[in-house]
Structures are given as C-alpha cells and as structure tokens.
Design a protein around this ligand. Structure first.
Ligand SMILES: [Zn+2]
Length: 479
C-alpha cells in the first residue's frame, strides 16, 4: 500500500461498545459533515448534502402534490412579535439567538434569529386572510433555523439545522384535523418507504405536545441502541395563535371567525435516524431510494489492458438506469471497498480481467455482503431488482429489530427491569394523569413517546399508580 493511502480508512469504534462514539466516527468518516467554527454548528459536505437533497426532493414533491406552495420568509423576528403568543415563547425563549446590533448601532428592538417561523406566518396570515375565499392557505418553507442548544450532536441536535415547516390556515376545526393527519401520513410514507425506517404513529401526551398546539401527532422510530427518535410531528393548533394574532375571516354568512391552523415539520435529524437504524460495524448502510450513489463500480487490476475501457462502457450503459459511479482513482481495490462500505453505498460492482473474459461482473450487497455473479447483459435488470430487494430487506430487518426491542409490561417493576434487560420501546397502560407520566420519567428516564393510533388493552390498570387505565402508551428513552 502506498503511503498516501495508508491509514485513511480508519477503524471506527465498536457500535455495541460505545454507540455514541460509533455515531460520531461514522458521521465524520462517511464524509457527511465537517464541524463549523461556531460550537454546535456543522458543514454538510457534498455527500451528506446529497443525502439530504434526496430526502428533501421526495418530500417536496409530496408536499406540492397535496396542494401546498413553497414560500420563503425572513430570518429575523422582532421580539414584540415573538412575545404575542405566551405558550409559544415559553417553549422557545431559553434557546433563541438574539441580534442586538445592526452594524455598530444598537437596535431599538432586539431581533430573534428564527427558531421556527410560526409567528411570522401568523403575522402574515393576519394581514392577508380576509374572507373564506382566502382559505385554506397552505404554505411550506424549506429553511434553516437556530436553537441555542447546550449540548449538541451532528444531525441530532445542533445550533442551526435544515428543515421544512408547513403552516396552514383553515376555515374549520375539522379541515385542520384532516390536514394534520394527512401530513403525518405523508411523513410516514417518506420515512417508511424511502428511508426504510418503521415507525410507531400516534398522539403526543399533553406533557409532550408542542406548546400552543391543541394536539401533536408524531412518528417515532427506534435506533440500534434502543433509544427512540421523534422523526416527524404534525400539530393541530386550533384557534390559539389566531386569537393571539387576530387572524380572522369573514364567512359566507358575513360572520367574522378565527382561522384554524396547523404546522408540521421534519428536519435533518432524519439523517441521524438513517445512520442509527441501518448502520453497522463497517459504517453507514443506506437505503437505495435515498442513497446518493446506488452502486459503485470498482475495477480490479485497472492498469491491465481493456479493464478501464470496459468499466467506462458499463458505466455509460448503466447511468440511465441507476445512480452509479466509477471509482477509477489510483487507490487499491481494498481501500476502495472499505471507503464505499463506510459510505453505505448499497451495491459494489467488481470488474476484473477474469470477469471481462467471462463476460460477467460481481455484485456485492452492502447490507448482507452477499456476492452475486451476473452476466454483463443482465446487469441493468439485475441491479434494478437488487436495489428493490435491498430496500425492502432493510425495512424488514429494521422492523424485526424494532419488534425484538419492544416489550409489553403490566407492572412498574417489569417496566424498570426491561429498560436494562431489553432497551427499546415499552408498551404499557396509563391512567392519563400527567403526574404518573412525570413520575415514570423521573424514576426511569423514559418518556411517553406517543399514544399509538392502534390501541391494545394490555391490562386494566395504569402501570404506575394502578388506577383504571385509559390509554396504551409507547415509552422509551429518547434522543
Ligand atoms: Zn397512573
């Protein structure tokens, strides 16, 4: 091995020994990000950003197909506007970044760098919605937002992150209800079908819902270490914001009414979920549908006559069918294998002089390492089919892991024990009292992830206080 190649593909930390360090190693070595000069900020490098773009493009399509328009609102919010909604400011005040000066002059009014654009949309809606003819107003924004977090981790929690935020206004409570559920369905579809991550769908408890929402719907996924990750939320805001911001419309009978609002968002946290659900000891494992590169073509003995020419011809032949790249750099094949494994490329195509003689190529699956020999003519079909198989196998494997890490319990002793014996989701009945929910959190560190839409009756009693059970709840320690 030449000197410049030596040691590039470093060992990453054992994922079962130190999962947090494994995660940090993968994020760096798969070339997803670099750290920004300000603590807690990150630079999304080409490979990481391409991953985000694939997720964004599919979701953006669905957002538009469901009738929404994209808009771009300003980065700054005047302090007075943020103060208009009390519940809202309580939720965000501790973690906002303030702008106090413009050039060298102190501002008359401080500005907030948007932690979310809720109030900007409300201010706009108050000025632009007049009659029932203006409704529904269905807006979405792709933007960066800032939250001054104390502890940060790439993708999972950073000072600044990318997301989309949908903000809609409707004539009736029911219409807003349909919208809230529709967007959760869209998120479910993206996360399960594109990211191959199974989710639990449900409603947040009063204690866990978005401040200012009537209710919050959520999709929750489970990571390799048994911790849950909130992967997308959709809020029914009722008329709370409309009352604070005076957003009204004149209905067909000539009566003034407050609008009913929703908001919904997903963030670059989903990339964190991808890493932690599918990744393994060799690094990232990407589902084909969102992988920036679906197959990497690696020539073997590329210095030999005809190998590179054949590889380039195959690249040309396959480009219309899949996202493929040829690695014809001067690194050794072994080095290339490791690098593209680290980056989670779903399929490796090996092509050497002997393969060319036999008119074949060797396909290697990233997820199972299975080797498949395919004739060159059959490559386009074989690759397309294999990508589909990998996509559905990744989902199945993740679903099996999620089920294996889900424990149903009927007593608090079992609840506490399962957190150490089998960390993951805990299904248990709950009386509906916030006091019980908080006591469980204090004593175990597990939070109520959601009240699942599909309710089971596991017992007649609350797992904590023993009173009559009202709901089944999924609990877990969470990111
Ligand atoms: Zn209880």
């Amino acid at each position: 091995m030449s000197k410049k190649n030596k040691g590039f593909v470093q060992q990453i930390t054992d994922m079962d020994g130190d999962f947090a360090q494994w995660y940090t190693d993968v994020v760096k070595q798969a070339d997803l990000i670099d750290y920004g000069p300000v603590r807690g900020t990150m630079i999304m490098k080409p490979y990481g950003y391409a991953l985000w773009e694939h997720i964004r493009d599919v979701l953006d399509n669905r957002i538009k197909q469901t009738g929404h328009s994209n808009v771009q609102f300003p980065l700054f919010i005047p302090e007075s506007l943020l103060q208009k909604e009390k519940d809202h400011i309580e939720g965000f005040a501790p973690e906002v970044a303030w702008v106090t000066h413009g050039g060298s002059e102190e501002l008359h009014e401080r500005l907030v760098v948007r932690p979310t654009s809720e109030v900007l949309f409300c201010d706009y809606y108050a000025r632009n919605i007049h009659s029932y003819r203006d409704l529904p107003m269905l807006y979405n924004q792709w933007a960066n937002v800032v939250r001054w977090e104390k502890t940060t981790r790439p993708f999972l929690r950073s000072l600044e992150f990318q997301w989309q935020e949908g903000h809609t206004a409707h004539a009736t409570h029911e219409e807003a209800e349909i919208e809230t559920r529709q967007m959760l369905d869209v998120y479910t579809e993206i996360v399960e079908n594109q990211l191959a991550i199974p989710v639990i769908r449900g409603t947040k408890t009063e204690n866990e819902k978005f401040a200012g929402a009537v209710y919050t719907l959520t999709i929750e996924s489970l990571m390799h270490d048994g911790k849950a990750l909130q992967s997308g939320t959709s809020h029914h805001l009722g008329t709370g914001f409309a009352e604070s911001f005076n957003i009204t419309y004149l209905d067909e009978k000539g009566t003034q009414n407050h609008v009913h609002q929703t908001s919904w968002g997903i963030t670059t946290r989903l990339i964190g979920a991808l890493i932690m659900v599918h990744g393994d000891q060799s690094g990232l494992v990407l589902p084909p549908k969102v992988a920036p590169t679906q197959a990497i073509l690696i020539p073997i003995a590329q210095h030999k006559d005809g190998v590179l020419d054949k590889a380039r011809a195959i690249l040309h032949q396959l480009t219309p069918h899949i996202r493929i790249q040829l690695d014809d750099s001067d690194k050794t094949p072994g080095w290339k294998f490791n690098e593209h494994e680290m980056k989670g490329v779903p399929i490796r195509i090996e092509l050497g002089p002997k393969d060319i003689e036999k008119n074949q190529a060797v396909l290697v699956r990233r997820d199972t390492r299975e080797k498949i020999i395919v004739s060159l003519e059959a490559l386009p079909t074989a690759l397309t089919q294999l990508l589909e198989t990998i996509q559905s196998d990744l989902y199945q494997t993740a679903k099996e892991k999620q089920l294996a890490k889900t424990t149903s319990v009927s007593s608090f002793v079992e609840f506490a024990a399962s957190l150490t014996s089998n960390p993951g989701f805990i299904r248990a009945m709950w009386c509906g009292e916030t006091a019980c929910e908080k006591a469980i959190k204090e004593q175990t560190g597990a939070t109520a992830r959601c009240i699942p839409f599909e309710q089971a009756s596991l017992s007649e009693h609350c797992v904590y206080c023993g009173k009559e059970a009202q709901k089944e709840v999924y609990w877990a320690k969470a990111y």
